[in-house]
Design a protein around this ligand. Structure first.
Ligand SMILES: CC(C)(COP(=O)(O)OP(=O)(O)OC[C@H]1O[C@@H](n2cnc3c(N)ncnc32)[C@H](O)[C@@H]1OP(=O)(O)O)[C@@H](O)C(=O)NCCC(=O)NCCS
Length: 331
């Protein structure tokens, strides 16, 4: 027997309408980093590609970065703020368990009663948000979705661990996603790995509180590196395939900015033509987790290396372990 319940229906397709980024104000180069840990500029550059990273100064925090990035994305999208009816914020940096950062960002813009929630998908967070927003627009549960990835990792870094301390940066990236007449966000390739929770993890908050310290990030870099250069490389290829694109139909490649050597491994397997623009934003930013992909996207658009209408493969991967990727048309 059929039910009288009505199902919602949205736009046939969705697209990214505008993107924005915000970076920590403090530039911390490898020389300064090497006053904190026993390392060298040469080692850090050779192993990761990082030259400098961005940290927040005293005037910045998670909410201010998210708001700055979101403001740019909204302005560039041309969508009136009162039409944004959903906010998704991905972060592992919120100091409070509640209220969500999403509600606080919505409040900064005076959005009228949007659906608002935070996501926890670490470095894959922005790409998780893009996929959820795409589904929301197409199913009709929202018209315009603000997706934000924001992190302040400098305050979660263990500066006694020289194998991770030089990696992280602070920033935010945002996108407004809304209806489209043509396909502009490809199928998501996403998933998680079970029994890998300890490979990248934060200290338990209760244990940290009892010990009088704040929770820090811990990572077995070698294991993440092996996973990223094998399993995630194959997921990158799959992301292109499910979008129905051949390597020579791709214009831009924006992988999570975790390590240039991971990006190199992806490129070897993808066999992309020389013409494809590849983000190396990690050089000046470090790894900003959920903010990494949208910040890198903004940088390529601002520099003119990428342009509106380009096909870009984006993929995020990290703590969980989790991953998500899709091909998108740049705004
Ligand atoms: C973190 C990472 C850069 C470390 O590089 P690596 O080549 O794996 O380095 P290792 O940890 O194996 O250490 C290799 C050597 O360098 C040394 N070393 C580690 N950190 C160092 C530093 N900052 N400076 C100098 N030497 C260092 C180690 O002691 C080790 O020396 P040994 O061979 O004499 O024992 C790398 O593992 C990585 O990028 N992993 C993936 C991170 C990632 O993708 N995260 C994404 C999710 S957030």
């Amino acid at each position: 027997m059929s039910s009288p319940i009505k199902a919602s229906q949205g736009s046939a397709y969705s697209r990214i309408l505008g993107v924005g980024g915000a970076r920590g104000n403090r530039v911390v180069d490898n020389a300064e980093m090497c006053t904190i840990i026993d390392s060298s500029d040469e080692w850090i550059q050779q192993r990761t590609g990082i030259i400098e990273r961005r940290w927040v100064d005293d005037s910045q925090n998670t909410l201010s970065l998210a708001t700055e990035a979101a403001r740019k994305a909204i302005d560039r999208s041309g969508v009136p703020t009162d039409q944004i009816d959903a906010v998704l914020v991905s972060s592992v940096s919120n100091h409070r368990r509640f209220p969500s950062l999403a509600v606080q960002v919505a409040s900064e813009f005076g959005l009228p009663n949007p659906a608002a929630t935070d996501l926890s998908a670490a470095c894959a967070g922005f790409c998780y948000g893009v996929s959820l927003a795409d589904s929301m627009v197409r199913v009709g549960s929202a018209h315009y979705v603000l997706v934000v990835g924001v992190e302040v990792l400098s305050e979660q870094t263990d500066y006694t661990d020289r194998s991770t301390a030089f990696l992280f940066g602070d920033g935010a990236g945002a996108a407004v996603i809304g209806p489209s007449d043509t396909p502009a966000i490809g199928p998501v390739v996403w998933g998680s790995e079970i029994n890998t929770a300890e490979i990248i993890h934060s200290d338990d908050f209760d244990v940290a509180a009892a010990g009088g310290f704040s929770p820090k990030i811990h990572m077995e870099g070698n294991k993440v590196f092996r996973w990223a250069t094998t399993y995630i490389v194959e997921k990158t290829v799959e992301t292109l395939e499910v979008a129905g694109l051949k390597p020579d139909e791709l214009d831009v490649f924006i992988p999570h900015q975790a390590n240039n050597r991971i990006t190199d491994a992806m490129l070897r397997r993808l066999k992309l033509p020389e013409s494809v623009v590849v983000s190396r934003d990690i050089k000046h930013m470090g790894n900003a987790s959920a903010a990494s992909v949208p910040i890198a996207m903004e940088a390529l658009l601002e520099s003119g290396e990428a342009k509106s209408g380009d096909n870009a493969l984006i993929i995020g991967f990290g703590a969980g372990l989790v991953y998500a990727g899709q091909v998108v048309v740049l705004p």
